[in-house]
Design a protein around this ligand. Structure first.
Ligand code: G1P
Length: 299
């Protein structure tokens, strides 16, 4: 059994230009899906998976994110005086009692690999998770919890994967798949954002990773890849042969909240899923494939 995953990194320094003007003053990670910001969904998923150290790779322009996870004494005082204890619990913003929060800044937009490297001191010498809050997965057992269970048997590096339409491979890190065992795929190679004609498969990485701290050393070479950026995908490919690398076909429906229709669909599915918790369980989950079909036309 490998070490458990206590730390999670959230790369949140990006500008979110696709949602302008909404993201001019409000970070994109603070856009609400139903009743909580995207970043809180990500934090809750990590907490449910057992993480208690939350590392935000952020930018000085995005104070609202840290503010959201800080104590709010003015609110607390008023709610306490009014005896509103349920509302007071909401001020925890999904953090567990023993949470530790660390913020580091990514001073230049040099890519996802660089963002992860910026967290190297906070991560230290233990395995850690990375969640890209744009990618939301709706399932009773969070995507990261599912991955932690797999990781405990596998070690190495583990990424969440799903089959994407062949004409969309240029948006993702794409696998050259090896042997497949149930929901696990051994990875022989990886290519970041290949054109469909060059893609080794249509199995793509989505925004969940469990990584060995050895990735930091490879990232520190600052090699530029697709789009002139430092890519975690390239580092994972470089470490094949040194560390096990697996793709995990997660359960649940993924919503890409980095685009408008995906964001809207996530709002519908998560709202219905919450409503379902009151008796019609499965409503949001069942809607997933339908929304996915409709959305496909608009993506
Ligand atoms: C990043 C990764 C890519 C991955 C994707 C998942 O790309 O570089 O490998 O498939 O997230 O959402 P980005 O969406 O930041 O361009």
């Amino acid at each position: 059994m490998t070490q458990t995953v206590r730390k999670v990194v959230f790369p949140v320094a990006g500008l979110g230009t696709r949602f302008l003007p909404a993201t001019k003053a409000v970070p994109k990670e603070m856009l609400p899906v139903v009743d909580r910001p995207l970043i809180q969904w990500a934090v809750e998923e990590a907490a449910a998976a057992g993480c208690n150290e939350f590392i935000f790779v952020s930018s000085p322009h995005k104070r609202a994110i840290l503010e959201h996870f800080s104590p709010a004494p003015a609110y607390e005082e008023v709610l306490e005086a009014r005896g509103k204890h349920d509302e007071m619990a909401l001020l925890q913003a999904g953090l567990p009692e023993n949470a530790k929060i660390t913020e580091v800044f990514q001073d230049k937009p040099l890519g996802l690999g660089h963002a992860i490297w910026c967290a190297r001191e906070a991560v230290g010498d233990e395995p850690f998770a990375v969640i890209l809050p744009d990618d939301m997965v709706l399932h009773g057992t969070g995507c990261l919890s599912q991955m932690v269970e797999q990781y405990e048997q596998l070690g190495g590096n583990l990424v969440a994967i799903e089959a994407v339409p062949h004409d969309q491979t240029q948006r993702y890190g794409v696998l050259d798949p090896g042997a497949e065992t149930g929901t696990l795929v051994a990875i022989k190679g990886l290519v970041e954002k290949p054109a469909p004609a060059d893609a080794p498969s249509n199995l793509a990485i989505i925004g969940r990773y469990i990584l060995d701290p050895q990735v930091m050393e490879d990232l520190s070479a600052f090699n530029k890849g697709a789009g002139g950026e430092i890519q975690i995908t390239d580092t994972l490919a470089n470490l094949i042969g040194k560390l096990p690398l697996h793709g995990y076909k997660f359960q649940g429906q993924r919503y890409d909240c980095g685009n408008r229709v995906g964001f809207l669909a996530a709002n519908l599915a998560f709202a219905l899923s919450q409503a379902g918790a009151g008796g019609q369980s499965g409503l949001g989950e069942n809607l997933g494939p339908v929304l996915r079909d409709i959305m496909g036309t608009y993506l």
